[in-house]
Write a protein that binds this ligand. Sequence first.
Ligand SMILES: Nc1ncnc2c1ncn2[C@@H]1O[C@H](COP(=O)(O)OP(=O)(O)O)[C@@H](O)[C@H]1O
Ligand SMILES: [Mg+2]
Length: 453
Amino acid sequence: MHIPTILVVDDEQLIRWSLATRLTDAGYRVLEAETGREALERHREGVDLVLLDYRLPDADGLSILKQIKEVDPDTLVILLTAFSSVETAVEAMKAGAYHYANKPFNVDEIALLVEKALETTRLRREVRALRATQAQPYGIGRIVGQSPAMVAVRALIQKIAASPASTVLLTGESGTGKDLAAKVIHYASDRAARPFMNITCSALPDALLESELFGHERGAFTGADRQKRGLLETADGGTVFLDEIGEMVPVLQAKLLRFLEEKSFKRVGGTTDLKMDVRVVAATNRNLEEEVRQGRFREDLYYRLNVLPVALAPLRQRPEDIPALINHYVDIFHTEFRKRIRGVAPQAMQCLQHYGWPGNVRELRNAVERAMLLTEGAELTLDDFPLGGGPRGRLGDKVELPAGGIDLDELERSLVMQALERSGWNQTKAAALLGLNRDQIRYRIDKFKLERV
Ligand SMILES: Nc1ncnc2c1ncn2[C@@H]1O[C@H](COP(=O)(O)OP(=O)(O)O)[C@@H](O)[C@H]1O
Ligand SMILES: [Mg+2]
């Protein structure tokens, strides 16, 4: 449980003492400060509420109040004034004070005021968190990013959600948001009140996957001592998300195809056809077309799934989304960890934008979470982001040599060209993206006779 911390700011020792004693007795953690400067320093330790004297030796309470609110708008401030004037009170409230109290005051009254203030913010925070998670757990707004690619994806997803047409194929590298997209499709559709079931095809042995998906009759196989409903049955009226569909074995592919075409199936060991209304959202990080060519994936199923393809681009192809995503997660973890972090330093942001993010948004989210947990500063800097192998994508782990081989020269040419385009033909920046120096990139521009078009 979080013990609220209260900062008492007053230059009179007796006042500090009487408030501190009363509030400590009430179970709060109490910090004290004598001056405005000290108050701002201690506030950084993480304070929920400040009792702030209007008259301080080095500053007036109002300006300290404003500075506190600037650092953290969630901190509650109660201003203590020796002379009651309406103007002061009005100004204090305008500057964001929760309340003000006149001196001399009764400590019990102050304690009551503190309790009430903390209660309202706790409630306010809970309501805000609830709204974010419960009311719209997977609204379209959950998908962050203003790159043309993401704007198009959001538009497409909204259309898909609104249409009764069933099957969708999500493609994209790991961490690009396939799970998220599947949930948004479900919860934005009129199936939202029905179940969303999900299963990862690679996570189960084939036989088990079949009975999970289609269910089985009693006695269908050894160990099947009772009848079991499969996911397709449980999700009737809703959505089934089949992750890593590329890993499904051909026998099951055939059974799935039949379901997609006829909306019916039989339980394992069963003879009756069961009719279900389920939207199937499939996802894969494989190139299914290639899998078809290699004979590992049924062509007919591929075409059936690919009626509505949604391609989620890797982050390195939409670096303009990176700052928005980082800020999104800073906001999330700011609330979650109750940190006083304003954001990411501009230089750090620039480097993060040039990092390749081989793990895509998942890696980015984890990196921000870790940085927010460990940082001591008010702003995240590059030191808070120990990215794998420096600020650079580890392509080596990601690129798989296609079975038919590849033209290495052509690949190099293409990468150099992409770096130049991404940096607006700034050779220094392009070189940095590739881990080269200027001479090395110039050499390649000449070698490949690259030109700005
Ligand atoms: N465009 C996006 N906006 C906000 N969060 C995203 C976005 N794309 C992915 N995420 C988040 O990144 C993480 C990984 O995404 P996920 O959907 O699990 O990826 P995948 O299924 O493609 O591996 C999740 O926490 C997800 O919520
Ligand atoms: Mg996933």
